[in-house]
Ligand binder design. Structure first.
Ligand SMILES: *Cc1c(COP(=O)(O)O)cnc(C)c1O
Length: 396
């Protein structure tokens, strides 16, 4: 017989959670969601206010593109809303198959495997390839999903200082692990800089390691035809396991792994986040395919994004705050203290501009920043509007 009512049994837990939430609130770390009305874009209606947004990862402005919307509608009409099963049961529909073929032709890589999200792809790849007797060498600024995956795999996790090849080489040279996997964001999500991919690959060759690249922010943006970081550096190797997401530049949702066919065949059999989840809806795959086709066919969008990046960097002449070195759509401005970064973000909001303040622990202490992200949907006037307010705030 239960000695106390279930609500009372739970009370210590609820009290502990309450206390932690209160502590976060005191530290100004409580995060709040905003409600977006209507479509994603650079002009959004958030909590009832029209704002100019520099927040989204919709780098090519495809999230609300008519081609993606119509692909989604048409697919829903023939394939339905839900898949009802995992890929390995009966959830793998024509739309998924077609998207994998499109990606295979575009990426020119023999193996392609879709995942429902980038987070799940990272968990799936790393836990399938690495076990207790293996070692993972990860850049300190890697995305949280890669770190979570490494911990879940139970392999030894060695983190090297950001882009520090000498430190990585020392770790590789000392390792006696069965398998060695070097893991890096191709474009770092809070800094916007690139991993030195050719040098990482050379180290992998020298120490018989494999290289996993997370190109969430490079796919569609980097490379002459938008194939991402591998095209940018003109490299190709059977040692590379490439992963990119379809919810950023591609405008939809989902992710894929590309690499040797043996790797993707193996992942299909063993990656638990692939096997034990319902396949994502066919209309999502259809929209992603329309997004990938636009990436392939419409170089003008990518060219305009790069023109916006150039214009932003040219007109961002700050004295107190430091614009970081980045050639990608992610353009962070280091402010320093948490309070200052928050204050500036709030002032921008009052002027109708949405730029997120990123604070520790997401970034190192003392480097709180504004994370400006640019899109092909921005125009010159948008950039000038942001710069005018930033320059005015800096002069205060
Ligand atoms: C967004 C992101 C992911 C996660 O992808 P989702 O599809 O949003 O789950 C993984 N890695 C990096 C570097 C990202 O920026």
């Amino acid at each position: 017989m239960l000695e106390s009512h279930p609500a009372e049994v739970a009370a210590p837990l609820l009290n502990a959670l309450q206390a932690e939430l209160a502590e976060r609130a005191t530290l100004g770390l409580l995060r709040q969601r905003r409600v977006l009305h209507g479509m994603q874009g650079v002009h959004v209606e958030v909590d009832g206010k029209r704002l100019l947004s520099f927040c989204s990862n919709d780098y090519l402005g495809l999230a609300a593109h008519p081609a993606l919307i119509s692909a989604m509608q048409q697919s829903a009409a023939v394939a339905g809303a839900g898949t009802g099963a995992s890929h390995l049961v009966t959830g793998h529909q024509d739309a998924h198959e077609a998207l994998e073929h499109t990606l295979q032709a575009f990426m020119r890589m023999p193996g392609i495997l879709l995942f429902t999200t980038g987070y799940m792809a990272n968990l799936g790849i790393i836990t399938a390839l690495c076990e207790r007797e293996d070692a993972i060498f990860a850049d300190k600024l890697n995305h949280a999903s890669l770190n979570d995956a490494a911990l879940l795999s139970r392999a030894e996790l060695k983190r090297y200082a950001h882009n520090d090849l000498a430190s990585l080489e020392r770790m590789l040279a000392h390792s006696t692990a069965r398998r060695k996997l070097v893991v890096a964001d191709a474009v770092f999500s809070m800094d916007g800089d690139l991993a030195p991919v050719p040098e990482l690959l050379r180290l992998c060759e020298r120490y018989d390691a494999y290289l996993m690249l997370d190109d969430a922010h490079g796919f569609g943006v980097l490379g002459k035809t938008g194939r991402g970081v591998l095209e940018h550096f003109a490299i190709d190797s059977p040692r590379i396991i490439y992963m990119a997401t379809l919810g950023k530049a591609a405008g939809a949702a989902g992710a894929f792994v590309a690499g040797p066919k043996t790797v993707t065949d193996y992942l299909m059999q063993t990656a638990r986040p692939y096997i034990y989840t319902t396949a994502s809806p066919a209309p999502v795959a259809a929209a992603a395919m329309a997004g990938v086709q636009l990436i392939q066919q419409d170089d003008a969008r990518r060219a305009h994004l790069h023109a916006m990046i150039h214009e932003f960097r040219q007109s961002c002449q700050l004295r107190r705050w430091q614009l970081m070195t980045s050639d990608t759509a992610i353009q962070p401005i280091i402010i320093g203290s948490n309070d200052d970064a928050l204050h500036i973000s709030k002032c921008l909001l009052k002027s109708g501009i949405l730029v997120p303040a990123i604070r520790p622990p997401t970034v190192p202490k003392g480097t709180a920043r504004l994370r400006v992200s640019l899109s092909a949907a921005h125009c010159s006037a948008d950039i000038q509007q942001l710069m005018a307010v930033l320059h005015r705030l800096e002069a205060v």
